[in-house]
Design a protein around this ligand. Structure first.
Ligand SMILES: *[C@@H]1O[C@H](CO)[C@@H](O)[C@H](O)[C@H]1NC(C)=O
Length: 143
């Protein structure tokens, strides 16, 4: 019983998997709809294919950098994981991208999209969302 309580505590403190429309609403409230010309449906499409809306997603790249969190933000350029030499453009530890406090991840995604390559920085966006009808990603959501 003690270990169950501990497990629930650890899970509750860290991870969160968002329901699609709840995530879309939060993105909208955070000023992401139209941010740098990127529509809300494109942000939802991007995060669906990067992390399946899972804040604890971690994926290792062939160049030995790592992508963190719901936006899969890269440790070489944007955050510091004490493993990859980093520019740390968002000025944060990568672990801050894995908590259920997604304000940090959203702010960092805004920083990423302000770079010249914009939304095209995300491979999953280029593969799954670019030049596609992405309206289904926010359809049925009360926004
Ligand atoms: C979220 O990602 C973590 C880390 O990869 C994984 O352990 C967990 O099962 C995922 N949650 C869901 C609901 O897919």
């Amino acid at each position: 019983m003690k270990s169950l309580v501990l497990l629930l505590f650890v899970v509750g403190a860290g991870a969160k998997v968002f329901e699609r429309c709840a995530w879309a609403r939060l993105l909208k409230e955070s000023g992401m709809d139209g941010y740098r010309g990127v529509s809300l449906a494109n942000w939802v499409c991007l995060t669906k294919h990067e992390s399946n809306f899972n804040t604890s997603s971690v994926n290792h790249n062939r160049d030995r950098s790592t992508d963190y969190g719901i936006f899969q933000i890269n440790s070489r350029w944007w955050c510091d994981d004490a493993q990859t030499p980093t520019a740390n453009g968002c000025n944060i530890p990568c672990s801050a991208l894995l908590t259920d406090n997604v304000a940090i991840a959203i702010n960092c995604a805004k920083r990423v999209v302000r770079d010249p390559s914009g939304i095209a920085a995300w491979v999953a966006w280029r593969v799954h969302c670019k030049n596609k009808d992405v309206s289904s990603y926010i359809s049925g959501c009360k926004l």
